[in-house]
Design a protein around this ligand. Sequence first.
Ligand code: G3P
Length: 217
Amino acid sequence: MKFFVDTADVAEIRALNELGLVDGVTTNPSLIAKSGRDMSEAIKEICDMVEGPVSAEVTATDASGMLAEAAKLRAIADNVTIKVPLTEAGIQACKALSDDGASVNVTLCFSAAQAILAAKAGAAFISPFVGRLDDIGQDGMSLIAEICEIYGNYEFRTEVLVASVRSPLHVVDAARMGAHVATVPPGVLKQMFKHPLTDKGLAAFLADWEKTGQSIL
Ligand code: G3P
């Protein structure tokens, strides 16, 4: 399973990248706004820091506008993945971009029907938003199971990129379903390390070691 970090906060990405766990980064207009940074500068800095795919989202709503913005975003770095919304224009742009060799992440996916369209359009990634489905009382992870089942029936190259992740359980469930990628907010990734019995056990080991008066070095 690949871990992408879901943020445009360069400092957060740098810190997590040092753990050796970051396989890519996803951003969106809201995350860019939250960062307070110029989009092109932030994406360039992130692409220089992370080898894997870095998703940069278009903001045009028509296909030709998306393609014009995609050309500018692709010029920033070789590892830019273009993010387009799951709309008719987004799917049209996805097809044109993937035919031109670009990596495309189709975002704001909330149904299996939408996911089939993205795969047909040659998307490199599909981003179903599980947290936002949970927010309205639907079961976001059941959509992931459905998409993984459907994609497994065909030779679709599109990777399932679980997005809108709100807890470590979303990551665990995504892994159990065989999703290719989870894009994880920094806070959730940090939560994945935590267990009280680990902390308690380590404290006990170190207390007992202290009593020996020994040093490994
Ligand atoms: O990658 C999509 C993600 O940033 C959306 O998350 O929590 O706003 O639904 P959220």
